[in-house]
Design a protein around this ligand. Structure first.
Ligand SMILES: C[S@@+](CC[C@H](N)C(=O)[O-])C[C@H]1O[C@@H](n2cnc3c(N)ncnc32)[C@H](O)[C@@H]1O
Length: 272
């Protein structure tokens, strides 16, 4: 699938269906339900159980963000709102957290969740993370958990994230990332990407080198990418049994451990 409009429509349809079905990953996966446990029992205990299970992340962007009271935060692709609600507790009444998502069903769930827990320092915005509906230099922290891989134009997302970030602000992202040069595999890149599902967060993943390059081009500094988890072939099969079916047998061992969940940190220097 190459057409950006078709990719976005498929992603929107996938997540609209996933949240409406009430399942954690929506079957067919979004880089695994079990990642919600990364928040730890104490933090999750602060929210009702059905709020916790509306999570589709692949890491813990909140832990990366090390939020401080009074900060203004945006979560790009906020889904059912779990991380926004946890972030809202950390920034407290003097801070504010925006969630931004393009999928109506996700926004409806997130707004309902916010109402249920009585969060007054949050707002869920409908829109695309390529065009963040906030003014220049208006937030201290950009968070995002397992979303940027889903967007066709990742450079535009990072460019707009830099725009809304205040000088001195930081980016804290969890995402699925390929480790190594996928063009060196004995299979055309497009065939590989089509076989791994885009909507399940694998097919659209950047390589580590491309992530760093795009962050730098957007203006970010102090860029760090840290592999937190390597997916085995068995993990990938668990995410969607049909996912690897389209790939030649000799390519499969070369993929073992190459698909990762990464912590990505970067900063907008105070002087820019
Ligand atoms: C894998 S889910 C992650 C949701 C949430 N961050 C979490 O950890 O549970 C991806 C979310 O990103 C949203 N999304 C994908 N592409 C988007 C885009 N271009 N603009 C806004 N939202 C997008 C989807 O609607 C979905 O809610």
């Amino acid at each position: 699938m190459h057409d950006p409009k078709a990719i976005k429509a498929a992603v929107q349809e996938h997540y609209g269906r996933a949240i409406s079905s009430g399942s954690c990953c929506g079957g067919g996966g979004s880089a695994t339900c079990t990642e919600v446990q990364l928040y730890g029992p104490e933090m999750l205990a602060q929210l009702p159980e059905d709020v916790v299970t509306t999570s589709f992340g692949c890491g813990n962007a909140l832990a990366l963000a090390t939020l401080q009271p009074g900060e203004v935060v945006i979560d790009l692709g906020s889904g059912g709102g779990l991380e926004v609600l946890l972030a809202a507790q950390q920034v407290g009444p003097t801070g504010f957290v925006y969630g931004l998502d393009m999928t109506e069903e996700m926004l409806a769930t997130a707004r309902r969740n916010a109402e249920r827990v009585g969060a007054s320092n949050v707002s869920f915005l409908q829109g695309e993370i390529e065009n963040i509906p906030l003014p220049d230099q208006s937030v201290d922290v950009i968070m995002s958990n397992c979303v940027i891989n889903l967007v066709p134009d990742k450079g535009q997302v990072l460019h707009d994230a830099f725009r809304v970030l205040r000088p001195g602000g930081r980016l804290a992202v969890s995402d699925i990332v390929f480790d190594g040069d996928i063009t060196s595999l004995p299979i055309p890149e497009e065939t590989l990407r089509s076989a791994l599902s885009w909507s399940a967060c694998f097919g659209g993943a950047l390589t580590m080198a491309d992530y760093e390059r795009l962050l730098r081009a957007a203006g970010f500094a102090d860029i760090e990418l840290e592999v937190l988890r390597r997916y085995t072939l068995a993990d990938l099969r668990d995410e969607g049994s049909e996912m690897l079916d389209g790939l030649p047998a000799e390519v499969l061992p070369l993929l073992e451990g190459r698909v990762t969940s990464c912590a990505i940190r970067a900063r907008r220097y105070a002087s820019r």
